[in-house]
Design a protein around this ligand. Structure first.
Ligand code: ATP
Length: 896
């Protein structure tokens, strides 16, 4: 875990105003980003604003209403005398600006802040840092989170204000003639509850647009003016590379824009002074994943879900009729979606912009590969074409042309399917709720920490680390990819993509496309065993498929050990063919069969079986038992020379409790299963208005699924085995729930979730907690429980687990090959049982921060709590606090 961060409520003389907008193409997860920015801003004592319709809204500003209902005593937010906000919106609750300041109000409760902080003039000269006095979860929620109706207006689609008499939707406009005025409020102050329920909503509820006028200086001048008119100090922009390029332009021009505004008399000298520096931060929301310097953009994973669902469905009909399908997916300048979909669905051939097929006759190469697949017995052919696919002369490769080739040359009954806008979204995947929440929080913190000397940042992610990168650099780097493609320097274009991208191309080529050109000579070929150990987890089969395809590519013999170590003792071992594993990317569970038995059930017999089958190297796919197996085998090497073979453990378990690695295969599938189930439960809880559901989830002694699941579904409380449950925390939690429900408007209470990991406490069981809540909730809320049980193992593995499986399995096989050193003398002596090998040859492949590493068993052991069967340190420890902050709890210590 990183350093402890204690959030301070902002103590500016003037309360800071943080605005957020979404721009460009919509993507799933944008709402989660807006929610996180709004809530984190309020939690840190700022006012939160949303700007509707992207840059368009900022350029237009509010044409028919006052900028903000908050009265100002400082003169910079001159309230409009004509129309006041109450006329424009039917607020269901009257409020004062103070009501919104949850953080500040809570801080006062802890008694550590002088009276009248924030925008009270009396504090003008006191720049006292406001701190939560007690870092523990003690400060109850006291300020009323507002529900002034705007949220539901947005959620129900176009607001009344946006629909004319004919029922047609318009961009809100000023006077549209005929005595009819559409209310044009683009910049709106929002409260805590306005973003309630937004985690599970696709697209963007605050609207997005392409805004030509923002491309002009005149447009940006208007935008700057509106920011200053509203007193907005901090702006978070969620959009693709175009939108962030726009943000960067605004940042770069800011000094000259404000000078011009002052020159024209549009802003006062005080306003100029107060807004000398623009704090702007970018959140990358784009399904294409085309932004440089971040591994993933908000919405890309959900788009990949939609694509994989479609291709999986097409696969069954293609197989039934022995057809070929050419599928076009989005991606104008970036082939990420096409590549990942190719790996995740086991496609036969892909076309992407930054890695075109070889110069001459790509048609011949494609036909050769597809013919080979058909000869091996495949009944379906899937070719994926990215929207922006090019050949090496920059000539676009279009699906219709590919179809002509497949029908004409190969005689395949071929169809073209363009997935189009179905890819844009729908319900966000778990990842696209978690990533934007973490990034939204980071965005607000980055804005509030900014000084005139810090650059504007873009919030990114590198493997598993939320990062901030200078916006200028990220925008410039992104442009370089397009420039390199245009200059036909594809190697350069590829060098700007992250290592995962390159690994995935290799993995795809190994598993699907290329003919076996890389075969090793006979005496260098290995017999590599693959075994599943422990409970089933999504991605185990996909990893096995990749390992098998690697073997076929290189000439090794892939041997499946069925039913774990017991199966090995029964000689349940056989070779896997190329075709046999073809559909395994999409299969959940374990095709090989798996159980928890460890090799020490009979180590001598295990060693003798490995010798009998002449195993040269071994891939062990599984959870904690997988690690334990390799550890025990390595320890027994001095007794049994047959165990002196390279071995890799590839972590796969839904509970993500394998030490040292940030992620195990299956954990993403499981989170998605949780999200689907919990969304449905929440809906039921909401329908009965005042119900709390205590949802029991698996995870053994690891709280990973519970904590990340709670963040993804917006649960209010989460109980984990790491932190346990005691009476005093239950008392606080009950009080918190009571206060939360007491703040709800009558008849409009929300269904709420509490997530409890199964082993959080042996005394305070799910049933006990439910009964306590039922009893204590009295008239405020009712309680029920639900147990998700084995459903969390998931059905079809998620795309993330499939692609991760392919990458990790490929790297594991490369590791085994390297350490077996086929053809070397040592290799032959080892085969004869004559030589010991080093500790480094028994390893675990682990995702650690921004790296993939091979950790020796002793390294792993140093990070293991054997008794509790989990790692000694976990990266998600602080996420529990964050979940509670996002649920409206204050005074929470967040360890991130
Ligand atoms: P997506 O990746 O989904 O296409 P995007 O953000 O790249 O999203 P664009 O249409 O390129 O989508 O950009 C969205 C908006 O950002 C534009 O309509 C425009 O208002 C602004 N924008 C884009 N490029 C620039 C630029 N070079 N200068 C100023 N503003 C820009």
């Amino acid at each position: 875990p990183g350093p402890r961060i204690k959030w301070d409520v902002q103590s500016q003389k003037r309360q800071k105003k943080v605005a957020v907008l979404t721009s460009g193409g919509d993507s799933a997860g944008m709402n989660a980003a807006v929610r996180a920015v709004v809530r984190q801003a309020i939690a840190r004592g700022c006012q939160a604003y949303i700007i509707r319709e992207g840059w368009e809204g900022l350029v237009r500003g509010n044409t028919a209403a006052v900028p903000t209902p908050a009265p100002s005593r400082r003169g910079s937010e001159a309230p409009s005398p004509s129309i006041n906000a109450m006329q424009t919106f039917s607020f269901t609750q009257s409020f004062t600006p103070e009501d919104l300041k949850l953080g500040a109000a809570a801080a006062r409760v802890t008694g550590d802040v002088s009276e009248g902080s924030s925008d009270d003039d009396s504090t003008d000269d006191e720049d006292v840092p406001v701190r939560f006095s007690d870092p523990m979860r003690v400060a109850p929620l006291t300020a009323a989170p507002l529900s002034f109706g705007y949220g539901s207006l947005l959620r129900d689609g176009a607001g009344e204000a946006d629909i004319d008499e004919d029922g047609a939707f318009h961009m809100p406009e000023e006077n549209v003639g005929g005595g009819k005025t559409l209310r044009g409020r683009y910049i709106v102050r929002v409260g805590w509850d306005d973003v309630r329920g937004w985690l599970g909503e696709g697209g963007t509820l605050i609207g997005s647009s392409r805004c030509p006028s923002f491309r002009t200086r005149e447009g940006r001048l208007k935008a700057a003016h509106n920011l200053i008119r509203f007193g907005i100090d901090c702006l978070a922009v969620c959009g693709g590379d175009g939108s962030l390029t726009g943000a960067d332009m605004l940042r770069a021009e800011w000094p000259s824009l404000i000078k011009e505004l002052k020159g024209k008399g549009d802003i006062t000298a005080e306003e100029l002074e107060a807004h000398r520096h623009l704090n702007i931060v970018g959140l990358v929301g784009s399904i294409d994943n085309d932004m440089a310097m971040t591994d993933l953009t908000i919405g890309a994973i959900t788009a990949l879900h939609r694509i994989c669902e479609a291709i999986d469905s097409i696969g069954s009909t293609a197989s039934s009729h022995s057809r070929a399908f050419v599928i076009e997916v989005m991606g104008r300048h970036c082939g990420w979606l096409a590549l990942m979909a190719g790996v995740a669905t086991g496609a036969d051939f892909i076309f992407i912009p930054e890695h075109p097929p070889p110069k001459q006759n790509w048609e011949d190469e494609m036909c050769g590969v597809l013919k080979k697949h058909r000869r091996l017995g495949k009944r379906k052919t899937i070719v994926i074409v990215a929207e922006g696919a090019l050949d090496s002369d920059l000539k676009p490769i279009k699906p219709e042309y590919v179809k002509e080739i497949l029908s004409g040359r190969l005689g395949l009954d071929t169809r073209v399917t363009t997935l189009g806008h179905t890819q844009r979204g729908g319900v966000p995947a778990a990842f696209d709720r978690i990533l934007p929440t973490l990034q939204g929080v980071k965005a607000v913190d980055t804005l509030l920490e900014a000084t005139p000397n810090t650059p504007s940042y873009m919030i990114g992610i590198s493997e598993n680390k939320i990062t901030k990168i200078p916006l200028l650099e990220a925008v410039a780097q992104t442009k370089k990819v397009a420039d390199a493609i245009e200059a036909m320097d594809f190697d350069l274009a590829m060098s700007y993509r992250d290592s995962e991208f390159t690994d995935m191309i290799t993995a795809f080529n190994i598993s699907s496309s290329l003919p076996a050109s890389e075969r090793l000579p006979d005496d260098m070929r290995l017999r590599i065993a693959i075994i599943h150990v422990g409970a089933p987890a999504g991605g185990m089969n996909a990893a096995t498929r990749q390992a098998v395809r690697f073997c076929h590519e290189r000439g090794h013999v892939p041997l499946a050990i069925y039913n774990g170590w017991e199966g090995l003792l029964d000689d349940n071992v056989s070779e896997l063919s190329w075709l046999r594993v073809d559909n395994w990317t999409t299969r959940g569970g374990s095709e090989l069969g798996t159980n928890r038995t460890l090799p020490d059930v009979d180590m001598g017999q295990v060693a003798s079986a490995l010798q009998r089958h002449q195993i040269d190297a071994m891939l062990v796919i599984g959870g904690f038992e997988g690690y334990n197996s390799v550890r025990l085998l390595e320890k027994s090497r001095h007794n049994y020379p047959a165990l002196c073979i390279p071995m890799v453990h590839l972590p796969a378990t839904i509970s993500n409790n394998v030490p040292m690695t940030d992620f195990s295969l299956g954990s993403d599938t499981s989170l998605n299963a949780l999200v689907v189930a919990a969304d449905a439960i929440k809906q039921s809880a909401a329908a009965s208005r005042n119900r709390v559901f205590v949802v029991d989830v698996q995870g053994g002694m690891s709280g990973y699924i519970a904590v990340l699941g709670a963040l993804a579904v917006g649960a209010l409380l989460v109980y984990t085995p790491e932190q346990g449950i005691n009476l005093s925390c239950l008392v606080e939690d009950v009080e918190f729930l009571k206060e939360r429900y007491a703040l709800d408007e009558k008849g409009k209470s929300e269904g709420r979730l509490v997530i409890r990991s199964e082993k959080s406490s042996s005394v305070y069981t799910t049933e006990v907690i439910t009964n306590i809540l039922k009893e204590e909730g009295a008239d405020l809320f009712d309680a029920r429980s639900a147990s998700l049980g084995h459903t969390l193992q998931g059905g079809v593995p998620s795309p993330l687990d499939r692609t991760r499986a392919a990458r990790l399995a490929m790297l594991s096989m490369q590791f085994l090959e390297k350490h077996a050193q086929p053809g070397s003398q040592a290799f032959h002596r080892r085969r004869a049982g004559e030589e010991m090998i080093g500790h480094e040859t028994a390893a675990m492949i682990a995702i650690r921060g921004s790296k993939i590493v091979f950790a020796s068993m002793s390294d792993v052991q140093n990070h293991t709590d054997m008794k509790r069967r989990r790692g000694t340190d976990v990266w998600w420890a602080g996420v529990k606090g964050l979940t509670e902050v996002m649920g409206g709890r204050t005074g929470v210590l967040v360890d991130m």
